[in-house]
Write a protein that binds this ligand. Structure first.
Ligand code: B12
Length: 565
């Protein structure tokens, strides 16, 4: 067939496509078939030349979405017709691409255009529609063995969900390139979250994919997750360099129960259910280490105190159990294992350890003797006793220390990885460093001395600004010190012994609870940059508050991936 005739018919076809004339495009395609024109050449010409021209016209605002859509439909019909008559047609493209819109977002016009342009350029595209979780993208990519995933978002609120998509591929399917786009997305954002590519419109998306296909290696992520969560934490505890900074809540129990719609009373009555739900949420959030035993006030219940259990959030001790020094003797009659709450909390921890299969690093939260003493005596009473009734305080602390040693032994016997001792009443906002040194420190020391360090590691969390007493914590020979947002990380680092791991300290209320996830990310990044990879665990400054958005928690746990070695 004469080259001139071929070019003439192809030009006609191009014209029909540019005009969005679907009927004309199909009729002209028939002419190509009737004239025995090389259909492979014809399809490739439409895919390459015509689509590029359309893209350029759209970019230069010479045509808009409706014209683009009409042209794309015309091209699609022509190509489908030609392919039917040329069964042996082989696309020159190799990439398999999954495209979709992230969760929370139903805007799909942009994604549809990207999909059409890619298809018309000869790619094998699989569209998963709108409102897709990271798992949805992964599932489809695995099903079709995609090497590129295109993620679209049109709202600033849904943009952050792209982070989950990037991270899930990083962890579970590192050979797939994740490219992102949509009006609020920028190259800077793509770089920040570790996406492999970004394009501002559909024709640039085609260029990007072409480029990736040609230079595959360059785009494959160099970042690799090397360790499981448990191994990552162990690397940190051994003062070795992990692949990335591990993350911890440090206390997520009540928040996660609430997220799972399990009330606190239900969690006590149904420990196995509590374990399953707690594990699901805490694991899904991506923490490397988390609480498997969070009912730190079960201890007060064991010795007969009245702890009010709210539907959500931390329980509260209602009435002081020790009204005067004479009441202390009767405390010793406790029977640890006959207490329903304590048994429930142990059962929960055991079930969580079983579900965990050694993947994450699990710990139990127990109160330090000083805080337990305050719960038993009433915090205000104890704080006054320190000055007015010192013998009562010492006698009570003796009991609390012995009792806590027993509690700690039980958890260690059950096989927990670590114990996190919390001491909120020793807060820098409640007592002076002198009072801490004289009353809280000796009982903590005694407890830590009895804690079997060979078997299980330990952490300490004291709320508030404790910079003026943090040096004393060096005497406790603990593995981890968890600090809250009132203490500057670098200041704490300078004072603490080198062999202590620092954990903290993203502000729980202003940032995690009340800010946008971008603020959480900024804070998490700043902490990692300040502390580096070693001897540091990124965490919230204290309990994750009930109703903290799960997206913020996920942002906290996913930020270290940006710094993967
Ligand atoms: C059309 C539209 C709608 C339609 C959506 C119809 C549909 N099926 O998509 C309807 C009316 C349903 C709608 C609903 C809503 N909308 Co609306 N919507 C728009 C509007 C006007 C146009 C968006 C659009 O289609 N643009 C054209 C396409 C072609 O551009 P594009 O998506 O950016 O895609 C191009 C590139 O970005 C790139 N690209 C896109 N995806 C990808 C993917 C990859 C991998 C790559 C490489 C490239 C790439 O290539 C594309 C083609 O060149 C914008 C305003 C605006 N001016 O943008 C608001 C807008 C996006 N909507 C908005 C909002 C708030 C909403 C609603 C919440 C409104 C409400 N109060 O109910 C709901 C959201 C519902 C939900 N949860 O998703 C806001 C978002 C604000 C923000 N920054 O977060 C906007 C910006 C309006 C505004 N100024 O307030 N909306």
């Amino acid at each position: 067939m004469d080259d001139l005739i071929t070019e003439k018919i192809l030009n006609q076809l191009n014209q029909c496509i540019l005009e969005g004339n679907e009927i004309g495009a199909v009729e002209t395609s028939k002419k190509l078939v009737d004239n025995n024109i090389d259909l492979q050449y014809a399809i490739d010409t439409i895919c390459n030349k015509c689509m590029k021209l359309l893209g350029r016209l759209y970019e230069e605002r010479e045509i808009f979405i409706p014209e683009l859509l009409l042209s794309a439909h015309a091209a699609n019909s022509a190509i489908n017709f030609l392919r039917e008559h040329h069964k042996q047609y082989v696309s020159q493209r190799h990439s398999k691409i999954v495209v979709g819109v992230v969760s929370g977002d139903f805007h799909d016009i942009g994604k549809n255009i990207v999909k059409m342009m890619l298809e018309l350029s000869g790619y094998d595209v699989h569209d998963i529609g709108t409102n897709n979780s990271a798992e949805d993208f992964l599932r489809k990519a695995e099903e079709v063995d995609a090497n590129i995933v295109g993620v679209s978002a049109l709202m600033t609120t849904s943009m952050d969900n792209m982070i989950d998509v990037v991270n899930i591929f990083l962890e579970k399917r590192n050979k797939t390139n994740v490219i992102i786009g949509g009006a609020p997305v920028t190259q800077e954002f793509a770089d920040e979250i570790g996406a492999h590519g970004y394009a501002e419109d559909a024709s640039k998306a085609v260029d990007l994919v072409e480029h990736m296909e040609n230079k595959e290696d360059r785009y494959y992520s160099k970042r690799k997750v090397k360790y499981s969560s448990y191994e990552r934490v162990m690397k940190t505890l051994e003062h070795d360099t992990p692949d990335m900074v591990p993350t911890a809540p440090p206390f997520q129990g009540y928040w996660a129960l609430n997220e799972a719609h399990v009330s606190v009373p239900t969690s006590i009555n149904h420990p196995i259910l509590a374990a399953k739900k707690q594990f699901k949420i805490s694991n899904k959030c991506g923490f490397d280490m988390f609480e498997a035993c969070w009912d730190w006030l079960a201890a007060v219940d064991v010795i007969g105190g009245h702890v009010r259990v709210e539907r959500k959030g931390n329980p509260v001790t209602m009435e002081p159990l020790v009204k005067d020094q004479g009441d202390i003797d009767s405390l010793w009659d406790y029977d640890l294992m006959s207490n329903k709450r304590l048994r429930a909390s142990i059962l929960t921890a055991k079930k969580m350890m079983e579900l965990n299969k050694g993947e994450n690093f699990l710990y139990a939260t127990l109160a330090m003797p000083f805080t337990l003493a305050a719960e038993i005596r009433g915090t205000q009473n104890l704080l006054m006793d320190i000055f007015c009734n010192r013998p009562l305080v010492f006698e009570l602390l003796d009991f609390c220390t012995d009792f806590k040693i027993e509690c700690s032994k039980i958890m260690i016997e059950e096989g927990i990885d670590s114990i996190m001792y919390c001491d909120p009443v020793a807060s820098g906002d409640l007592i002076s460093p002198e009072v801490y040194e004289e009353f809280a420190l000796p009982s903590s020391k005694e407890l830590m001395r009895k804690h079997d360090k060979e078997m299980v590691c330990s952490g300490i969390h004291i709320c508030g600004n404790i910079l003026d007493r943090i040096e004393l914590l060096n005497e406790l020979s603990t593995d981890i010190v968890s600090i809250d947002s009132h203490v500057n990380l670098s200041d704490a680092r300078k004072i603490l012994n080198d062999d202590i791991i620092l954990m903290g300290n993203v502000c729980t209320m202003e940032i995690l609870y009340a800010s946008h996830s971008n603020v959480v990310r900024q804070q998490a990044r700043s902490n990692i940059k300040q502390m580096g990879l070693e001897n540091y665990i990124l965490a919230s400054g204290c309990d994750i508050a009930v109703d903290t958005p799960i997206q913020n928690v996920r942002t906290l746990t996913s930020t270290p991936k940006e710094f993967l070695k």
